[in-house]
Design a protein around this ligand. Sequence first.
Ligand code: AMP
Length: 280
Amino acid sequence: MIIFKKISDIQAHLALQTKKIGFVPTLGALHKGHMSLINKAKEDGALVVCSIFVNPTQFNDKADFEKYPITTDTDITMLVEAGCDILFLPSVDEIYPGGSENVKSYAFGYLDTILEGAKRPGHFKGVGQVVSRLLDIVQPNYLYLGQKDYQQCMVLNKLTQLMGITNKTQVIICPTVREEDGLAMSSRNSRLTETQRQIAVHIYQCLISIQSKQTTDSFQTVQKECIDLLSEKGFVPEYVSLADASDLTLLDEYDSSLPMVALIAAKLGDVRLIDNMRLN
Ligand code: AMP
């Protein structure tokens, strides 16, 4: 694996490549979820480029940014073992020379007003800034994203449309990788205490309950049960929502004529966890 820190160096290298480029942008603290994206890119026969960049502009909560786990040495070992070809590891100055204020940003409209957009103001603006920058640099044929961040997948799909690169860059969404008990793998899980880690699985169990009761109960009832259960277990639930999986229009009730997705965000101590599940 070749590691590049400078834009000019990675671009000079990529310009000489003939294979299709598969790109996996990450914040690092890699786990099996990230590795599933690298593996999919390899399976697709792409030259695999991974980036690790803890983007300050997407953290609306300063403490979350400061506490974000950084495990670069282990990340590099994992990427080498997975057969990743290139790691792009830029500094903040390299990505935002002259500061982040002047970087072009994109408007995601409705998608930025609901769920993560509503709870984390400015988050998707920051995600759009950094990913557009990285897409300009890497110019991939395939962009691999995890369903774990469902709304982010929709935002980035829209980003490729707004950037006018849908003919060049195809978005490929990979399934959420889970721990044995069902907890979605996340870099933030490493910040949970052992007790919190045991409790964290209830988010997944709520999603299963929302899924399994879709033909027998009203969503309003199941939503309340989930909020009550999460609160009782010690979470501060931010949302337990149901949406049209195609455009994230929020739904008050189950509607089996639509593709549906359930989405949950809840805080356990100061660790914010999100997860989602397609229902049908
Ligand atoms: P992050 O480093 O959290 O920004 O994640 C980088 C990419 O990995 C994003 O596309 C995430 O959706 C994806 N990802 C994170 N966790 C998982 C997981 N458990 N399963 C599948 N993909 C994931």
